[in-house]
Design a protein around this ligand. Structure first.
Ligand SMILES: [Zn+2]
Length: 159
């Protein structure tokens, strides 16, 4: 087993993990998604704590493997990923940058306040209709814009 010569810092590990993307939405990092909860380094053993998004989301397994794989590429061999259920992940944890990335990817970001209309990520129109509560994944609902007639995914609110 190769040992890294310089001690690892938590901020360094966090910076590396900034490149780990959500397996379902490859434009947003797990940090911007708010899934990355904590990083601790103890004697070069890295403990990464993540919060699951939607229970049973199959992406969580992939995410854990991605974290381990990504840190391995940086020479970190001892990585433990812990999935924590408290505090519960909510869509409020998605950063401002993350919300912009979702929108740019064509996914309407979750509403910050409930009761607002969902706007089309293509043209910004709020004249939108829910076609299905289940979009391409369980985390998303399928909407259609009545102005540009484009269907789009809405990242469901989760509080
Ligand atoms: Zn539109």
């Amino acid at each position: 087993m190769t040992k890294t010569t310089t001690p690892l810092s938590e901020s360094q590990v966090k910076a590396w993990l900034g490149d780990v993307k959500d397996p379902e939405i490859p434009v947003i990092s797990i940090a911007d998604l708010g899934v990355l909860y904590d990083v601790t380094v103890d004697n070069n053993e890295v403990l990464v704590t993540i919060l699951p998004t939607y229970s049973g989301c199959p992406a969580m397994d992939t995410m854990q493997e991605d974290i381990v794989e990504h840190l391995k590429q940086q020479g970190v061999d001892q990585v433990r990923v812990v999935v924590k259920n408290t505090p519960a992940w909510t869509t409020d944890r998605i950063t401002k940058q993350g919300r912009r990335q979702l929108q740019a990817y064509g996914i309407a970001p979750p509403l910050e306040k409930s009761g607002q209309p969902i706007s089309c990520p293509q043209c910004g129109s709020t004249n939108t209709t829910c076609i299905s509560q289940f979009g391409s994944t369980a985390c998303k609902a399928l909407y259609r814009c009545e102005d540009c007639l484009e269907p789009f995914d809405y990242f469901k609110c989760h509080v």
